[in-house]
Design a protein. Structure first.
Lengths: 310, 531
């Protein structure tokens, strides 16, 4: 079995709001899978269905080969969850919460716990109500990362962490991936997903609009070219596959469809090239492209979806 | 005055949040006091019947302990409001204190106030706004109650004194809430401290009013609720004791504002100590967590019931002193045909305790909903803990805790009572009478759990049911309601003990109904989405 998570045509509505509207998602064992989308796209709803906290209206949701609504106990032994908004019991200390969550999950690794406390610089003797948002987040992260599980469900896990702690979280996740663990990382922080995820699903209004490794997505997406030419860039803009061209004297900038790249470069070479840079699209560009397409059509749906968290 | 910038906006926000609570409270309190008074007036058509009834009240320890004496047995007003007035007063006092905590410390704890604090809001604005809302509520409710009493046919001056007494105690308790909100870091603790203070006021005056031969009457001056009684509405109409709660309010406010100015945002005067770096080995199950979260509250309740039980058991002998008084015997017979006055007294008192213990049990059970909406259930249920065991964690505390509280009250009352009266096996009789109240308590908790599982938005149904049953028990006979309606209350079905016959039938039924309600709640919760 190589699918850790398999979701097909999943629907979930809250009243008249369609939070998940035919979502597909597949996460392979051993990968870090980025679930990318803005607030209200359906990320948290997806994770809460996978945790058996919400019951899907229709569609297939399969987690580690089991049914997330039915097989709660056996599945939850094999996973750990970090919510985006961590609320703790105010009169328990951080250390107590970490231990409690670990024991409920069936035990935690004391060495790893001590190591993580040190790396995240968390004082475990403080009462939870005295923790800042970032420190509460650390408690949840340490509790999840110090138990020995196959799958991590992470819902915007770095919200409230400072950049230093953020990078420690990234290190930890990379270590776990090296050990063969699987993670679903819901986020709207593109750099985080770009740095960690093997594959990415972009979701919009409860539906997946794109999926693949970043390399695949880039491969299919337009390349940006900036060049200083030796002559006037005549006739370039009329070539098939070249878009958004701007010209300043002999300096040109444009994007080109990947399959027309050869033709475009040949045309540039004919004019003569003094200097040329090309870069593949960033995740941000990919993301924004999906979200600017059909903006007018989906605006209403998006606003509705915003009423529901994640 | 810059520190008050934004007060008006915060008052509007508070009124918007409480737009149902405040009017509903006003209608219920004023309606209860006014209509109850009207019904009581009809109950005692002539002077003779009034004097008789008032004499019974003034010579019965249980009613003295609960509602205090009637200072003028001939006064229509005094006879008709002594009971309802006390109940309305307590309701206003508790709401005033809790309102202030709700709009200050609770907002601070959840971080919402921080969001507001970052806008143009002065340092003293949140506390001031909360006090204006709570104080306003007290004054409006007091004023409306006075008008309602005049409308019910009572004299104007007495009604005005009573309304002013309501308002003055409300202001004092709002100020107490303001102070406790500065002292602790948790809203739960702040509200608990303020409510506890009101409980102490009530207990002190109960001891003063019911003490043997009235030689503890001076204690009445040590309690703000006693100060209200000293205004003697319709029975002398004294205005000057009203100054006492107002002075208390001013003192509390000065201290509260000083504390608010000195402390940091979200900090309390009682700083949190650091705790354990690792959890104790026992903290490994949902039930262990529920006990950890609720044990503090349980111990406070348990110690209160130890004291209250001892006090009630301790005054049983002074009750039997009134055995010779024919009106008392007559009244006691009406309480359910129990001949022995001591038994009747204990039976009524234990019944009252059962209602109060239900408040504890409901609060403990409804912790489930608080955990859910506070997003603390979600991480628990993401572990191998499934839903049913999770519900049972807090539910066990509620069911076992309420049974334990009744047992503690029974043991304590049994000990002091057995030391005072010469009835064979008195200790066990009292303990038994306390324990048999438990099934009725469980039924009401069951209603709360059923609502939690099946209709979480209507989770308040459990509390509504409790209030409804109490009103049925208190006012059903007064309004001459049909027996079937009064039989809706589970409290109507517990055998009258001690002294009555122990019939197990109703108890088995009550336990069965409680079990069915809990089962319905569990099934509902197993099937529904988590909020």
């Amino acid at each position: 079995m190589d699918a850790a998570i398999r979701i097909e045509n999943l629907h979930k509505a809250f009243g008249s709001t369609r939070a998940l509207d035919g979502l597909d998602l597949d996460v392979r064992v051993g990968e870090v899978h980025g679930l990318l989308g803005p607030n209200g796209a359906g990320k948290s709803t997806t994770i809460r269905v996978l945790l058996g906290l919400l019951r899907a209206d229709s569609g297939v949701a399969e987690l580690l080969g089991g049914d997330p609504w039915q097989d709660v106990e056996s599945l939850h032994r094999r996973l750990a969850y970090v919510p985006g908004e961590v609320m703790l019991w105010p009169n328990l200390t951080g250390g107590e919460v970490i231990d409690l969550m670990g024991r409920l999950r069936g035990g935690l690794n004391p060495k790893r716990r001590a190591d993580l406390l040190e790396r995240f610089e968390l004082d475990p003797t403080k009462k939870s109500r005295a923790y800042s948002k970032g420190n509460r987040q650390k408690v949840a992260l340490i509790a999840a990362l110090s138990s020995d599980v196959e799958l991590l469900l992470l819902d915007e896990p770095t919200a409230g962490l400072d950049p230093l702690m953020d990078s420690i979280f990234r290190e930890c996740l990379k270590e776990l991936r090296a050990q063969g663990k699987t993670a679903l990382l819901a986020s709207h922080i593109l750099s985080e997903v770009e740095a960690l995820a093997d594959r990415v699903s972009i979701i919009k209004s409860g539906r997946r609009v794109d999926v693949g490794s970043l390399a695949d997505m880039r491969h299919l997406a337009r390349v940006t070219i900036t060049a200083d030419l030796l002559g006037k860039p005549t006739g370039l803009s009329s070539l098939a596959g070249i878009h958004e061209m701007t010209t300043t004297g002999q300096h040109v900038e444009f994007v080109v469809d990947p399959e027309e790249l050869n033709v475009a470069l040949a045309a540039l070479a004919t004019i003569g090239v003094a200097n040329l840079t090309s870069h593949p699209p960033t995740l941000e560009e990919l993301f924004l492209r999906h979200y600017s397409e059909g903006e007018a059509v989906s605006d209403k749906g998006k606003r509705k979806a915003k009423a529901v968290k994640g | 005055m810059r520190s008050l910038v934004g007060t008006r906006a915060l008052i509007r926000l508070a009124l918007r949040r409480d737009r149902i609570l405040l009017p509903a409270f006003l209608v219920i309190v004023v309606g209860m006091v006014a209509s109850g008074t009207q019904a009581t007036i009809a109950f005692y058509p002539n002077l003779q019947s009034r004097i008789e009834a008032a004499t019974v009240v003034n010579t019965t320890s249980s009613t003295l302990a609960m509602f205090g004496p009637i200072h003028d047995v001939t006064s229509l007003g005094a006879v008709s409001v002594f009971k309802l007035g006390m109940m309305g007063l307590i309701a206003i006092a508790i709401l005033a204190a809790r309102l202030v905590v709700r709009h200050t410390r609770a907002e601070e704890e959840t971080g919402r106030l921080e969001m507001i604090g970052a806008t143009v809001v002065g340092r003293r604005a949140p506390l001031t706004a909360a006090l204006v809302v709570a104080g306003g509520m007290s004054i409006v409710t007091g004023g409306a109650a006075a008008l309602g009493l005049v409308a019910a046919g009572l004299p104007r001056e007495g009604s005005a004194i009573l309304g002013a007494g309501f308002a003055a105690l409300g202001l004092a308790c709002a100020a107490i809430g303001a102070l406790t909100a500065q002292v602790t870091m948790s809203a739960r603790a702040a509200a608990g401290m303020a409510t506890g203070a009101i409980g102490v006021f009530y207990l002190v005056r109960a001891i003063a009013d019911a003490g043997p031969d009235g030689n503890l009457a001076w204690l009445s001056w040590a309690s703000p609720i006693g100060w209200y009684q000293q205004t003697r509405p319709y029975a002398g109409n004294r205005w000057w004791p009203l100054a006492l709660p107002l002075v208390l309010a001013v003192v509390m406010l000065v201290v509260a504002y000083a504390a608010a100015a000195r402390r940091d945002f979200a900090a309390g005067l009682l700083a949190d100590k650091s705790g354990r770096a690792t959890a104790s080995p026992s903290l490994a199950t949902p039930l262990a967590l529920a006990w950890r979260l609720q044990r503090g509250s349980f111990f406070i309740w348990a110690s209160s019931f130890l004291v209250v039980g001892a006090v009630i058991g301790g005054i049983t002998s002074s009750v039997s002193g009134f055995l010779d008084s024919p009106p008392v015997q007559d009244l006691m017979r009406r309480f359910g045909g129990v001949e022995n006055v001591t038994d009747a007294f204990l039976s009524v008192e234990l019944g009252m305790m059962a209602v109060v213990v239900t408040v504890y049990g409901m609060q403990a059970a409804m912790r489930l909903r608080a955990e859910e909406t506070g997003l603390r259930a979600e991480p628990m249920l993401a572990t191998p803990v499934t839903r049913i065991p999770w519900v049972w964690s807090h539910l066990t505390i509620a069911l076992a805790g309420s049974a334990a509280l009744m047992a503690i009250a029974g043991l304590s009352a049994g000990l002091t009572s057995a030391a005072q009266v010469d009835i064979p096996h008195q200790f066990w009789r009292v303990v038994e009478a306390a324990i048999i109240q438990v099934p009725a308590i469980w039924v009401v908790i069951g209603i709360g759990i059923a609502a939690f599982g099946l209709a979480p938005r209507l989770v308040i149904a459990g509390w509504v049911a409790l209030v409804f049953f109490v009103l049925l028990g208190e006012f059903g006979p007064l309004f001459r309601l049909d027996q079937w309606l009064m039989n809706l209350s589970p409290y109507a079905h517990t055998p009258r003990m001690p002294g009555g016959h122990l019939t197990t039938g109703p108890l088995v039924w009550l336990i069965g109904i409680a079990a069915a309600l809990i089962a319905a709640g569990l099934v509902g919760f197993r099937r529904r989405d988590l909020d």
